[in-house]
Ligand binder design. Structure first.
Ligand SMILES: Cc1ncc(C[n+]2csc(CCOP(=O)(O)OP(=O)(O)O)c2C)c(N)n1
Ligand SMILES: [Mg+2]
Length: 1014
């Protein structure tokens, strides 16, 4: 049967141009095969077939304008699958089935777990003392009923009843104050704690040696060079948290398993080095070079993959970056699994964080996403030592309770590890509930102060709060009281928490572990406000530390601050290595086994090397066209990770929704409002686009996860994060720096760029400095292209350098939203090289052969330069050479390098910078302009031995038309002419009257203040 393929609903557009025909008569097509690409003035989209069969005739050609309902082609259909059918989200049915099945499964699970959870022991009733209780007897009856339910029908039944009670209370109008908190005790009851399989004695000995060596490393470095700094107190508080993880939980990457990913807290690095020393991965000399990284072999101050590329995986020391990166890493891991690019091996992402670090908005900013996306592969461990740098973390409150509230509210599984095992009998004997009351009422400032004192103080200040609690410890000595340990220092409690965390399904987990900052450091460093900065320990402190942890060193050895490493055959070293062997290898360890991606052949971009003729388009549109082309390259297509923070329509990328889908871990549970349209909003479990919402930091974190996929998942991916240029580096600069440190490979696209090119949006949108920010990152390669062929050449080279040759650079490219026609790529054989090196001659005006000026233009302002040059030639008889500068940043890098070489090699023939190669032999002064601040073009000033002037968009942006903005910032063709003439006059090449006349002619007010003052 013959069937017609019609133009589907393309939204509000009519008469949209066909720019590509992707099939021909006689071709066999299948449903979803792309047939034609159509392009409006904003975006280009492929139209997929809704028919399977052989094409009989094609009714349109390139250049035709089509509207909804027009016939595209006729085909002899095999089976007519109507578009109507396809638009029903294909995952929906599966999802419903899945949901039904999981409901059934859950029901089963509930019954079985109910049975399992029934407690054998009679649960202890905690009688919360409450002065406002008008009928304590009634309260007691209710509590006893609850205990009876728990005993008879289990936790789930009790939970259900409480929920029903609360619902009922709401319905009856009872105003229930909302609480996110549980009492200030451990989440896991003692009888549910999973016991560690490890040998606690050996583990304690190993931990003590690691503690010692970590402290010794910092003290030795600072003895040598007091300026080096370092931290002892942080790792001292976190040692058990790490040790339990490294001995029992963190699985390494090897040829059988992808490996857990562990984000170590930045300034706990000394402890991680100290362990690597015992493992034989680092030697004494390297420890002695802690924080001395200039000579090869030193250890970096904090985790920096750039500086220790075979060791550290994640840069974390800028507070707040670790939590965000870890969340998006866990999400990205699920993305790769759901797209079928890696296997689901149950890998986990662990992030170790400080309680002070949780103050950063970034730390808590993405926890909602982690819960929403059910990231049960993610575990946060927050080391709650109740201190940060200056002192307690909000001493009047309780950080653990505060964080519990935030995480529970967001939907996380929260495990509090507050009290160590020595507290268990006390809590069991707390029949009156006064101990819990004291725990609940004591604030962090008090908890911290107690650990800076002694047992007598704790007896008085803590247990002395109530006669009942005083009585509770009456048989304990002051020493016993002092020994009452915190949960985070108790390997049993930590083990139980981690065990529960890795088994949790359906939500991320946070372990809130209470510890003491500077644990074991004694009077100088334990729980005192100055702990954070303690980097020197005097001899008495060191002797105390040795004794505290039974480190087998003589006094003499302590005085020399010697490291201690037991013999290779010792039980400790054997144990430590065996544990890692069982867990697959050492961590951290940074490796890559990813295969490179072959860059697409040059011809994939050929259509960008011809003129667009009359057709006008923006470079943002050209980019989207190019990406659409790339999605047809079988090597590249599956590896592209387009990342868009809720701006796809601004950039004309809505065509991607249908073509490759938006990643959504649950598929699409609804029929989208625009389901009948070609670019309908399609979410899919295997969707490729990461649509991040209005969340630049999250999008950047995704970009980093994808850009480092080659090492963390052994698969090379190509992230392309397209942001509104002002909301790029300016907004997420610190993350960009971390991305660079991580050796992320991928593209950042600053779309709608340029201070005068993004016209109406105003001061906080119009970007005139992102290239400067980009230039601050050493491995960022940045370009500001004007024409589509420049973009194609740059992008292809980027793919080649980063993903085929695996160079550790990343690309920043600005694209604009101004529509204009694009010329054919110049035939000059050096053009491509020039585009990539940063400049090439694009045009020459030679009519007059008298006076000449060199005009350098970048981005959209290049076009103003060309127009200005035409006026200069036609009205003022001035010739010019026009240079398209694709990257002042790249030119500067080359200039710096060459200048340095020449200065360091005074006896050698001087090399020429590329700028000099281009401009050295040219005639006339140089004038440069871009849509960025003058300092952008000024970057090359030192490498030119000629008069150099620059124009730029210094000052606050503001909304207006492009024409008015360019006039205001003095980068339009009229100012280029006037300034050009002035430059020539200043260089005494023409009379100054020409410049004065032009200034008058173009109504330029010399008295107008410079835009930076307006
Ligand atoms: C963004 C940022 N701001 C400031 C610092 C300096 N700084 C380093 S550690 C620290 C305190 C950290 O406290 P916490 O997170 O509680 O870690 P702890 O050492 O107590 O485990 C500060 C402010 C930093 N590293 N990053
Ligand atoms: Mg802290």
């Amino acid at each position: 049967m013959s069937e017609k393929l019609l133009v589907p609903d393309i939204g509000d557009f009519e008469k949209v141009e066909v720019i590509e025909l992707l099939v021909k008569e006689g071709d066999k097509i299948r449903v979803n095969d792309p047939i034609v690409t159509i392009e409006s003035d904003k975006s280009s989209v492929e139209i997929p077939s809704t028919i399977s069969g052989k094409i009989e005739s094609i009714n349109i050609k390139v250049g035709d304008k089509v509207t909804k309902g027009d016939v595209l082609l006729t085909a002899e259909s095999e089976n007519s699958t109507k578009k109507d059918k396809k638009i029903i989200p294909k995952d929906t049915e599966n999802l419903i089935k899945e949901a039904e099945q999981s409901l059934k499964k859950n029901e089963k699970e509930i019954t079985t777990s109910e049975n399992k959870i029934i407690r054998q022991e009679k649960p202890q009733i905690i009688q919360v003392v409450n002065k406002g209780d008008i009928d304590p007897l009634e309260t007691k009856e209710w509590l006893e009923s609850l205990s009876a339910v728990i005993e008879k029908d289990g936790n789930n039944r009790a939970h259900h009843l409480i929920k029903e009670l609360i619902n009922k209370a709401y319905m009856e109008g009872v105003n229930i104050p909302y609480t996110q908190n549980t009492p200030y005790i451990n989440t896991i009851p003692v009888n549910e704690e999973k016991k560690s399989t490890g040998d606690q004695n050996i583990e304690r000995r190993i931990r003590s040696l690691i503690r010692w060596n970590a402290a010794a490393m910092v003290v030795r470095a600072n003895k040598k060079f007091p300026e080096l700094g370092g931290h002892i107190g942080t790792f001292a508080s976190a040692a058990t948290l790490y040790d339990v993880g490294i001995n029992h939980f963190f699985r390494a990457k090897n040829n059988k398993f992808g490996g857990d990913l562990v984000y170590f807290q930045g300034h706990s690095a000394p402890g991680i080095y100290a362990r690597a020393f015992l493992e034989g991965r680092l030697n004494e000399k390297q420890l002695d070079n802690f924080r001395q990284e200039v000579k090869p072999g030193g250890l970096s101050s904090y985790p920096h993959p750039w500086l220790m590329p075979n060791f550290w995986q994640f840069p974390t020391v800028s507070m707040g970056i670790g939590p965000m990166l870890a969340i998006y890493q866990a999400r990205y891991m699920k993305y790769l699994i759901n797209r079928g690019l890696i296997k689901d091996e149950g890998r986990k992402v662990w992030a170790f964080l400080g309680d002070g670090e949780m103050d950063e908005p970034e730390s808590l900013g993405a926890i909602g996403l982690a819960a929403r996306e059910k990231l049960d592969n993610l575990i946060f461990v927050v080391n709650c030592n109740l201190q940060r740098l200056d002192g307690p973390v909000r001493g009047n409150g309780k950080i653990i309770q505060e964080l519990e509230g935030s995480f529970r509210g967001a939907g996380w599984n929260v495990i509090k590890v507050i009290w160590g095992s020595y507290w268990d009998p006390l809590l069991a004997n707390d029949k009156t509930g006064h101990l819990i009351k004291a725990m609940n009422e004591t604030v962090d400032g008090e908890y911290q102060a107690m650990k800076a004192r002694d047992g007598i103080y704790v007896r008085e200040k803590f247990f002395g709060k109530f006669p009942e609690t005083r009585e509770l410890v009456s048989s304990l000595s002051d020493k016993d009281i002092w020994r009452l340990n915190r949960g985070g220092h108790d390997p049993h409690k930590v083990f139980a928490a981690y065990d529960k965390a890795i088994k949790n399904v359906g939500s991320p987990t946070v372990v809130l572990a209470k510890t003491i900052k500077g644990y074991g450091m004694g009077k100088t460093g334990e729980s005192v406000n100055t702990t954070h900065q303690t980097k020197k320990l005097d001899i008495d402190d060191l002797l105390y530390y040795r004794d505290r942890f039974d480190v087998p060193l003589t006094d003499e050895q302590v005085k020399n601050i010697e490291y201690y490493k037991p013999d290779e055959k010792s039980i400790e070293i054997k144990y430590l290595k065996d544990r890692r062997l069982q867990l697959g290898g050492f961590i951290p360890d940074r490796t890559t086994f990813a295969k490179p991606i072959k860059a697409p052949s040059k011809d994939i971009f050929d259509n960008m090397k011809v003129s667009t003729g009359e057709k006008e388009m923006s470079t943002t549109m050209a980019l989207v066209r190019m990406l659409t082309n790339l999605l047809r390259d079988k090597n590249v297509a599956p590896r592209l990770v387009p990342i868009i923070p809720d701006e796809a329509r601004t950039f004309g990328m809505e065509g991607f929704f249908q073509k490759i889908g938006i990643y959504a871990h649950e598929g699409q549970k609804y029929e989208p409002e625009d389901s009948a349209q070609l670019s309908s909003y399609r979410e899919d479990k295997s969707g490729q686009v990461l649509e991040e919402g209005i969340n630049e930091a999250g999008a950047m974190s995704s970009w980093i996860a994808a850009g480092t996929s080659y090492t963390n998942h052994d698969i090379e991916m190509i992230p392309i994060y397209i942001f509104y240029s002002m909301f790029g580096f300016q907004r997420i600069g610190d993350l960009a720096w971390a991305g660079a440190d991580s050796q992320s490979r991928g593209f950042l696209i600053g779309a709608t760029a340029g201070r005068t090119t993004l016209a109406g949006e105003g001061l906080q949108h119009q970007d005139g400095h992102s290239h400067l920010l980009a230039s601050t990152i050493p491995n960022c390669v940045s370009y500001d292209p004007t024409f589509h062929y420049e973009l194609a050449v740059i992008f292809r080279e980027g793919l080649k350098r980063m993903h085929e040759k695996r160079e550790n650079v990343f690309y920043y490219i600005t694209t604009m939203n101004e529509n204009y026609s694009h010329p054919e790529m110049p035939k000059d054989k050096n053009c491509e090289e020039g585009i990539l090196r940063g400049m090439y001659k694009i045009k020459e005006f030679n009519k007059n052969k008298k006076t000449k000026i060199q005009l350098l233009g970048s981005g959209t302002i290049l076009r103003e330069m060309i127009k200005g040059a035409e006026i200069l030639q036609n009205e003022y008889k001035i010739d010019s050479e026009i240079w398209s500068v694709t990257s002042f940043n790249e030119l500067r890098k080359n200039g710096m390098e060459v200048e340095r070489f020449n200065l360091l090699n005074p006896d050698k023939v001087a090399k020429k910078s590329y700028v000099e190669e281009c401009l050295g032999q040219t005639e006339g002064p140089i004038m440069a302009a871009s849509d960025y601040m003058r300092i952008n073009s000024d970057q090359i000033r030192p490498y030119i031995n000629k008069a150099f002037y620059s124009l730029g968009t210094d000052g606050f942006g503001r909304s207006d038309t492009r024409k008015n903005l360019r006039n205001f910032f003095e980068v339009d063709k009229e100012h280029i002419v006037a300034y050009g003439l002035s430059v020539l006059a200043k260089e005494q090449l023409i009379a100054s009257k020409y410049a004065s006349e032009a200034i008058k002619k173009y109504n330029i007010d010399p008295k107008k203040p410079i835009p930076t003052k307006l």
